[in-house]
Design a protein around this ligand. Structure first.
Ligand code: R5P
Length: 293
């Protein structure tokens, strides 16, 4: 297998190549003056299975999706026998059903677009809804980075911290973290108004007085969910509040708002390269690709 280093995940792809020993294929990329994307594989893939590592997080997630599709097509034209798209953050995955009449199911449209480009298989990380992968027109799987993030907190000395998910749907995340942290797990309740996007959060039967709590979520976007959760935990008397997320999009001033709310540290992964991407997905992705070979 060869690892194609997508422009949005160059460092991560290079780490995967180093860990697996799979040869890396660099990619030249540019954006034309009119905003259109250009990519060129700088290596031979004839007769090879390839893994294209390319996250599709903001900013410019649409451009990154197009870069991915173009790399897939280039690989197939270059004679690659199988293309696995390794997309740590899959854009549009949160629109996985029609919430209101007249809406599309964006994640399914993206999947069909990738199939048309030539993707044979997809590997992603903590997709918002694992169920959505069942509708993909090719084998698609998601792996969880939560144990790696929880391990980061163990290494910082927080073994025994309580793992909290900000809503019931993400309770599985808190449970995965609790297996590493060992300090119990729980969740808040969160309700979202589908028209305004406003959310209401509340704690039912939770007691975190004097505890160290790590809030775990798949995505931080505006930060509103974590700010609301931190407020509840601190009002309840939590001693320390941290936050671990897989995809730290941190739109606008989200990072500052979360820290201002009393969260002592935000820890994310390199699915979204940036100031909080302190945990690399390279070991997890390498293990998956090695198993696939
Ligand atoms: C939603 O269900 C997700 O798991 C996250 O909780 C959500 O996307 C976070 O968004 P925000 O940071 O804007 O509150």
């Amino acid at each position: 297998m060869k690892v194609i280093c997508g422009p949005a995940s160059k460092e991560l792809a290079e780490s995967v190549s180093a860990l697996t020993g799979f040869e890396k294929v660099p990619v030249a990329s540019k954006v034309f003056p009119d905003g259109e994307s250009y990519v060129r594989l700088e290596g031979n893939v004839k007769g090879d299975e390839v893994a294209i590592v390319q996250t599709t997080c903001p900013p410019a997630q649409d451009g990154r999706l197009f870069q991915l599709a173009f790399m897939v097509d280039a690989a197939k034209r270059g004679g690659a026998t199988k293309v696995t798209a390794v997309v740590p953050y899959l854009a549009y995955a949160r629109q996985d059903k029609t919430f209101l009449s007249g809406e599309d199911i964006s994640v399914e449209t993206i999947a069909r677009m990738l199939q048309a480009a030539g993707v044979d298989e997809l590997l992603t990380v903590n997709i918002h809804s694992e169920l959505s992968l069942k509708q993909f027109p090719f084998p698609a799987r998601t792996v969880s980075a939560i144990p790696l993030i929880a391990d980061y907190f163990v290494k910082k000395g927080y073994k025994g911290a309580f793992a909290l998910s900000p809503d019931k749907g993400a309770m599985y995340i808190a449970v995965q973290a609790q297996h590493v942290l060992g300090g119990g797990a729980g969740h808040l309740e969160k309700h979202r108004d589908r028209y305004t996007g406003q959310t209401v959060q509340m704690a039912e039967g939770l007691n975190v007085r004097d505890q160290t709590v790590v809030i775990f979520d798949d995505i931080i976007s505006t930060g509103g969910t974590i700010v609301g959760a931190a407020k509840i935990l601190l009002e309840q008397g939590a001693k320390h509040v941290f936050c671990g997320c897989v995809h730290g999009l941190l739109i606008g001033d989200a990072e500052k708002r979360i820290l201002d709310a009393g969260v002592e540290e935000i820890v994310g992964t390199d699915s979204v390269p940036g100031s909080v991407s302190k945990v690399s997905l390279a070991p997890l992705l390498s293990q998956e690709l090695r198993a696939q070979k």
